[in-house]
Design a protein around this ligand. Structure first.
Ligand SMILES: Cc1cc2nc3c(=O)[nH]c(=O)nc-3n(C[C@H](O)[C@H](O)[C@H](O)COP(=O)(O)O)c2cc1C
Length: 380
């Protein structure tokens, strides 16, 4: 138990947890944030290395890196789609592991094809593209392990390829879509099984899913609770619950190219994903809680992570105490103040620099110079 100098006692926040052999010092997870610090080929830059090193120094139990693309197609993202991408990650993770206890997780993803004004629909994806995507996940996951990552996370939330397959909006005919959950889950299950086979039963593999898409006709808790119970049964080592972030609710098929400037990931679905300051604290935790309950009712103790305006360590502790989540995903607050975990542990909560939840970091991560907080004079 960590007793802070002030009145807060952290019985759970600083209680270690082991996820398939990966020991986390505490329950604080830096939730994934696309940081936009890669060159045109997707190779990560020295700024990326410093950014995460600084955040690991702040003491979260684990950091899930912003999405890493496994598909070699051109797209502005950091990637593990080529062996040449591995050394820079290895260098960063070696540096972090030698000086901190923070565990490092690669969030791997693929996307539907898109061009200016056009985005492929799930119904159009040929089987060969799906098979290829499974191959990309396998090789990306193997590279992640080679680079020294402690775990991989399959990204199946927001607007990525697998999220669109899982969605209730997936009207594909045949075995990869339509009304049956089993069919909409098939691609994700195949990806997971391939990655599990490649990495072995002792390597931690997590997943991020949407608990609710917040779009008309999209997935709600009715489907996501059943999906999560099935994922737990399959052997996923943790389930991270997010919401929204769908292109369907954005400003056009190519939100970055067509009508800029406007708020990236705009629309209701986008703002539920990254709730702004006028939204309630712990905005989406009731959804993570429902998923946790469904997983427990199905007989699994798979750790569940929730995120979305977990503003203070005290609030994180409360959510853990109330058994609503097992891991506290904190994203923008750790962008704002990397020492959020350390300051909590040392009873210096009052020194935490507060996030304004303005979402400027999303814009700078997308158009440059990187996902830094505008409230900081220097780039941290
Ligand atoms: C700049 C930025 C980039 C993000 N990129 C990702 C991403 O790559 N993958 C992902 O799953 N979530 C991403 N998210 C969502 C966060 O992981 C998190 O769920 C969300 O910001 C809510 O948590 P918070 O209120 O603590 O910021 C991003 C959020 C921000 C602010």
């Amino acid at each position: 138990m960590v007793k802070a100098k002030q009145d807060t006692v952290y019985e759970l926040l600083f209680t270690p947890i082991t996820i398939n052999g990966m020991e986390l010092e505490n329950r604080i997870v830096m939730a994934p944030a696309h940081e936009g610090m890669m060159d045109e080929e997707g190779y990560i830059t020295p700024a990326y290395n410093d950014y995460y090193f600084r955040r690991a120094q702040g003491g979260p139990g684990m950091i899930v890196l912003g999405g890493i693309l496994v598909n070699p197609r051109r797209f502005p993202a950091p990637r593990l789609s080529d062996d040449k991408c591995v050394p820079a990650y290895k260098n960063m993770i070696g540096r972090i592991h030698s000086e901190t206890n923070t565990k490092m997780v690669a969030q791997l993803y693929d996307l539907l094809k898109s061009a200016r004004g056009w985005r492929q629909s799930v119904e159009e994806v040929p089987i060969e593209q799906m098979k290829q995507s499974i191959d990309f996940f396998e090789s990306g996951a193997i590279r992640a392990r080679e680079a020294g990552f402690d775990a991989v996370e399959i990204h199946a939330a927001h607007g990525v390829l697998q999220a669109d397959f899982l969605s209730l909006k997936n009207k594909r005919k045949g075995e990869y879509g339509g009304k049956k959950l089993e069919n909409r889950m098939r691609l994700t299950v195949e990806v997971y099984e391939r990655v599990r086979k490649a990495l072995g039963k002792d390597y931690p593999i997590g997943i991020r899913i949407n608990g609710d898409e917040f779009i008309t006709g999209g997935t709600t808790m009715t489907q996501s609770t059943a999906t999560a119970a099935k994922l737990a049964e399959l052997g996923l080592d943790y389930i991270s619950v997010s919401v929204g972030g769908k292109y369907d609710d954005s400003y056009g098929a190519d939100p970055w190219g067509l009508a800029f400037p406007y708020p990236p990931w705009g629309g209701y679905s986008g703002f539920r994903c990254m709730p702004e300051k006028y939204m309630p604290e712990a905005t989406n935790i009731y959804i993570a809680e429902a998923i946790r309950k469904a997983v427990r009712d199905a007989g699994y103790d798979t750790p569940i992570m929730g995120a979305g305006r977990i503003t203070t360590p005290k609030l994180a502790e409360k959510l853990l105490q109330e058994e609503r989540i097992d891991l506290a995903g904190v994203c923008r607050q750790i962008i704002r103040d990397p020492d959020w975990p350390k300051k909590a542990k040392e009873g210096r909560e009052k020194e935490i620099k507060k996030c304004a939840y303005c979402n400027n970091c999303i814009e700078t991560a997308t158009v440059g110079p990187g996902g830094y907080c505008k409230l900081d004079k220097e780039k941290i």
